[in-house]
Ligand binder design. Structure first.
Ligand code: DX5
Ligand code: ZN
Length: 221
């Protein structure tokens, strides 16, 4: 049976109370914490800063899953690798050619960090398939990147299935992560489609029944 992991997304956390928000995630028993980095060129606005990461990183021992939604992933990756990121995922759409994408993948690997590549909802899954042999994680965006609390895009499930099939047929270890609109209905569907890690932001943070909510994500596992 495939294991399912949840990566709480700090984008939805109370930014004035990071420590208590992170404590909640730790108490749930999660393995990953998801940290969203945005810049104006790729998204239109920013989210966390390097200083936020420095602060947050020392508040837990979870795996730092850094999602770069930036136009210059290599530059950001260098900084975040030095600051202690464990997985760095950049966007397929941020770079214009496959050679640049492979260069970035190799550069991140050389930093001693696991590497992921993400596709936006409008990018066909075929584009990411040739990368699956070379990366540790594929991140399927199930909403347009930029904001929490959006509705899950159903066609993401087919993308997850396609990646799962390819990964299994080729006996790869590449993890499939899904990000956006994950809740107690869509989360189990993602797992059934083949996801390994579900990012959950607004579904988990800002609610008093966080433990119940967390457990509901596992109902079809
Ligand atoms: C959006 C971010 C997500 C976001 C998900 O661009 O990448 O990680 O926090 O938020 P929810 O879970 O609320 O859809
Ligand atoms: Zn994210």
């Amino acid at each position: 049976m495939r294991k399912l992991y949840i990566a709480p997304s700090l984008l939805a956390a109370d930014k004035n109370n990071f420590q208590s928000e992170i404590n909640k995630a730790v108490k749930l028993g999660v393995k990953y914490i998801h940290f969203d980095v945005m810049d104006k060129d790729f998204i239109g606005h920013t989210s966390f800063s390097f200083d936020d990461f420095k602060l947050i990183k020392n508040m837990h021992h979870l795996i730092n899953d850094v999602h770069l939604m930036v136009i210059k992933p290599y530059e950001y990756a260098k900084e975040y690798a030095q600051l202690g990121a464990d997985i760095i995922t950049f966007h397929y759409e941020a770079l214009k050619e496959d050679t640049l994408r492979f260069d970035c993948i190799n550069a991140i690997k050389k930093m001693g960090v696991k590497v992921g590549v993400s596709i936006k909802p409008n990018t066909p899954v075929e584009k990411i398939i040739p990368f699956l042999h070379h990366i540790d994680l594929v991140l399927i965006m199930s909403v347009e990147p930029g904001l929490g609390g959006q509705k899950f895009i159903e066609s993401s499930l087919e993308k997850i299935r396609r990646c799962r099939d390819y990964i299994d047929v080729n006996n790869l270890k590449t993890l499939i992560e899904v990000d956006g609109g994950v809740n107690e209905t869509t989360g189990p569907l993602c797992y059934q489609a083949g996801a390994d890690i579900l990012v959950a932001g607004s579904y988990l943070f800002g609610h008093s029944d966080v433990k119940d909510r967390y457990q509901k994500l596992f109902k079809k596992v």
